[in-house]
Structures are given as structure tokens and as C-alpha cells.
Write a protein that binds this ligand. Structure first.
Ligand SMILES: [Zn+2]
Length: 72
């Protein structure tokens, strides 16, 4: 097995890396990668939808209360 960072032979103590430094490099890459996932983050998407809903009252159908009354 070789170190995925520098491709030197891996050390048993730091498998699959060759050294603690390479393990740290991989960890920081992984952490950065988790923040750079393509596509909108779930939290932002939620906020955008809430704003969109509030800024477009036309999207709220007038028939909504009528439907409620019709059912009752
Ligand atoms: Zn390495």
C-alpha cells in the first residue's frame, strides 16, 4: 500500500499514509472537501425557499381558504 498523498510506502502506524503529516494533509483536504460539495447546501436551500415564499404572495392561491370551506 502506498500513501495516497505522496505515494511513498505507507507506514504501519499511519496507514494508509506514510507519515502523520500526510494524514493531516488528507484530513484537511477531506474537511475542505466537505465544505465544497457541489450543489446548494441544505441550510442555504432552506433559507432561499423561505425568502422566495415570503417575497411572492402570488404563489399563495386565493382558492386555498375556499377549498377549506368547500370541504367543510
Ligand atoms: Zn505521504
Amino acid at each position: 500500500m502506498t500513501c495516497p498523498i505522496c505515494e511513498k510506502p505507507a507506514d504501519k502506524a499511519f496507514r494508509p499514509f506514510c507519515s502523520r503529516r500526510c494524514a493531516d494533509v488528507d484530513l484537511s483536504r477531506w474537511l475542505k472537501g466537505s465544505y465544497a460539495i457541489p450543489g446548494p447546501p441544505a441550510g442555504e436551500e432552506d433559507g432561499a425557499m423561505a425568502v422566495d415564499d415570503a417575497e411572492s404572495p402570488e404563489n399563495r392561491p386565493f382558492g386555498r381558504p375556499d377549498k377549506g370551506m368547500d370541504r367543510e
